[in-house]
Design a protein around this ligand. Structure first.
Ligand code: ADP
Ligand code: ZN
Length: 615
């Protein structure tokens, strides 16, 4: 079978995405490859399809048990023999799987990095033909990454011990240069083909909301999105407990996840979420690595994460199936303080020497500042994120809260000058609070101590609301008229550009006319990137068909003991509603319906479509 036949027969897709085809071709030619693609881009197919074509076994190194289980479950459902070898198996199960592996039953075997150099596994590897080692989540080899795993360093030793060097392919969604160089060096990739695709996730809507009653806002959101699956991230365990308890009290099917729960409860809650028994999960950032659930329709942040990397990773768990999904951050000023505390009390860097630790802390503060600007910027949010990762956007995506909000230009020259002047005349010695309190003429102990009440700009902006002064101060930082030091004192400093504020020409800032984004229907029509019609254009009948198909899927998932999205993704069900297949051939034309799955449960879906469309 060639790669196209495999794609159609097992995975049910008609075409490769560009990057996939390039990577697959290179691997088939025997070349090492490094694929850097955002979540949902379809990395797994890049090694799974060659695995079925290469002469020998493909070992997939994966950091997490849940991830392996999910992937192997998917492959088995598609009719492909695959297994995993990790500590979740009993000794009996492990030897049985290894026995089958020796017999050559599995073209694909997922293995935890800790296993590689163990006696039994090494013995199996030395006596089998290993065609490829595919390293999933390859950024785990890098100490610069967020998820460094020392056991990943064993991979090279393992490869070196093999009689014939296999092809080595590596995949990740982490894009920074340090991490990329580490992956190539540490995994000792030979003349690798490095392919980085754009990081934009066109199907994701990005929004920032600054509301007084965050809980109320989130409850309303869930109310409007009943039946959909979502993740609500909170900064602290306490917030998780709190938000989860209130949502349960308000009648929502939610569960919770944080590092303070017992292993058993965490596992149960995670499963409830994955199997859609509790379609919404409230969690700290401890949740999510290895969660491949493709039908997550929204990721809400009750609080601002510590940096853009974390935010994009967490938000990126929405819409992996490519269908529209929403990522909304509910911001409050308190979040900055909470994150500052996390940085100041970070215990992860104990083994570093003092100088390095100071450097890391400084970098963390700078990242936090860039995250904070995300909550204040008036520019396209997608653009802001892409720029952060070194890419260029289009300035207007039409699918974020800023692109969809009407702004009016406001002259803030006077406020800007007062602030800059105040910084200068107090000789750049104070933090933001003192500066703001001075210009608004506050009478606090600090102001008295520092004698800022004698500053020429004291009270200069007493008519202006504080939030506006803060907005402008943030804006001045973003525009580099002012800078704030990255140490714990956060002192406001002048920049090379400060003087420009006093030359001719007003300083203009865009301010939102209305805080609310337009209703959902309107915003959806603004989504320019999606060519295919989706659920938003469903008729009432199609909507009802979708619900019926979902019910069929739930039944089958129960029987097969896999999560519903592994039976068919939401995207496949949506496509089914649009195509309304009535024959086997038509059903096989639906994206995501492969032959094996058709034979297993295609009939049930076909019947359901027939009943609904004829009845
Ligand atoms: P990643 O590991 O990069 O986050 P996955 O491998 O989980 O992404 O793929 C994301 C989704 O895209 C899955 O539902 C997968 O079945 C689907 N997918 C992958 N390749 C294709 C393709 N060529 N055509 C259509 N859907 C695809
Ligand atoms: Zn935008």
């Amino acid at each position: 079978m060639d790669k196209y036949e495999i794609l159609k027969k097992y995975f049910g897709y008609d075409a490769f995405r560009d990057a996939q085809e390039t990577l697959i071709d290179q691997i088939l030619e025997g070349r090492d490859t490094l694929g850097i693609m955002p979540t949902g881009a379809g990395k797994s197919l890049c090694y799974q399809i060659p695995a079925l074509m290469l002469d020998g076994i493909t070992l997939v190194i994966s950091p997490l048990i849940s991830l392996m289980k999910d992937q192997v479950g998917s492959l088995n459902q598609a009719g492909i023999h695959a297994a995993y070898l990790n500590s979740s198996l009993t000794a009996g199960q492990y030897y049985k799987a290894l026995g089958f592996a020796r017999e050559g039953r599995y073209p694909i075997i997922y293995v935890a990095p800790e296993r590689l150099l163990t006696g039994e596994f090494m013995d199996f590897a030395l006596n089998s033909r290993i065609a490829m080692v595919a390293v999933d989540e390859a950024h785990c080899v890098s100490q610069w990454g967020q998820d460094f795993r020392p056991s990943y360093l064993k991979i090279t030793e393992f490869i070196e011990r093999l009689p014939k060097r296999p092809i080595v392919s590596a995949f990740t969604a982490t894009a920074t240069k340090e991490v990329r160089d580490d992956m190539i060096d540490i995994l000792m990739l030979r003349d690798p083909m490095v392919l980085t695709t754009g990081f934009d996730r066109g199907n994701l809507y990005f929004g920032v909301m600054s509301v007084k009653d965050r809980y109320g806002a989130i409850r309303n959101y869930l109310e409007m999105h009943r039946g959909e699956s979502g993740i609500i991230y909170c900064l602290t365990r306490k917030h998780v407990e709190d938000v989860c308890a209130r949502l349960i009290r308000d009648g929502f099917p939610v569960t919770r996840y944080h590092a303070g729960l017992s292993d058993a409860e965490r596992r149960k809650n995670q499963d409830d979420f994955i199997y859609d028994r509790a379609p919404v999960i409230v969690a700290t950032s401890a949740f999510g690595m290895g969660i491949d659930k493709s039908n997550v329709r929204y990721v809400l942040h009750y609080g601002m994460p510590k940096n853009i990397e974390s935010y994009y990773q967490e938000a990126g768990r929405a819409g992996r199936d490519g269908e529209p999904a929403e990522c909304i951050l509910y911001y409050s000023g308190q979040d900055v303080i909470t994150n500052q505390l996390f940085i100041d009390h970070n215990q992860d860097n104990q083994e570093l020497d003092a100088a390095t630790r100071a450097l890391v802390t400084e970098r963390d503060r700078e990242r936090l500042r860039r995250m904070t600007f995300y909550c204040f910027t008036n520019e396209c949010l997608r653009d802001y994120i892409l720029k952060y990762f070194g890419e260029y956007g289009s300035n207007y995506c039409g699918n974020c809260s800023n692109c969809l909000t009407q702004f009016e230009e406001t002259d803030v020259t006077e406020i800007a000058r007062a602030l800059i002047d105040c910084v200068e005349s107090s000789r750049q010695r104070y933090g933001t609070t003192v500066i703001v309190d001075t210009v608004r003429g506050a009478n606090t102990a600090k102001i008295q101590n520092y004698r800022m009440n004698e500053n020429p700009r004291y009270g200069a902006l007493k008519e202006i609301p504080v939030y506006r002064i803060r907005q402008v101060l943030n804006f001045l930082q973003m525009q580099e008229y002012l800078a704030v030091t990255a140490d714990e004192y956060a002192i406001v400093k002048l920049t090379a550009k400060s003087g420009e504020a006093f030359q001719e020409g007003p300083i203009v800032m865009k301010l939102a006319k209305e805080a609310q984004r337009p209703p959902k229907e309107q915003s959806k029509s603004g989504k320019s990137k999606k060519a295919q019609p989706g659920r938003e254009s469903f008729t009432e009948k199609e909507e009802s068909l979708f619900e019926k198909l979902r019910a069929v899927r739930t039944e089958i998932a129960k029987r097969e003991q896999v999560p519903p999205y592994i039976v068919f993704s939401d995207r496949t069900l949506i496509h089914m509603c649009i195509v309304k297949p009535t024959t086997k051939q038509e059903m096989l034309n639906v994206s995501g319906v492969g032959e094996f799955k058709y034979n297993k449960y295609g009939e049930s879906f076909l019947m359901c479509v027939k009943e609904e469309t004829e009845g």
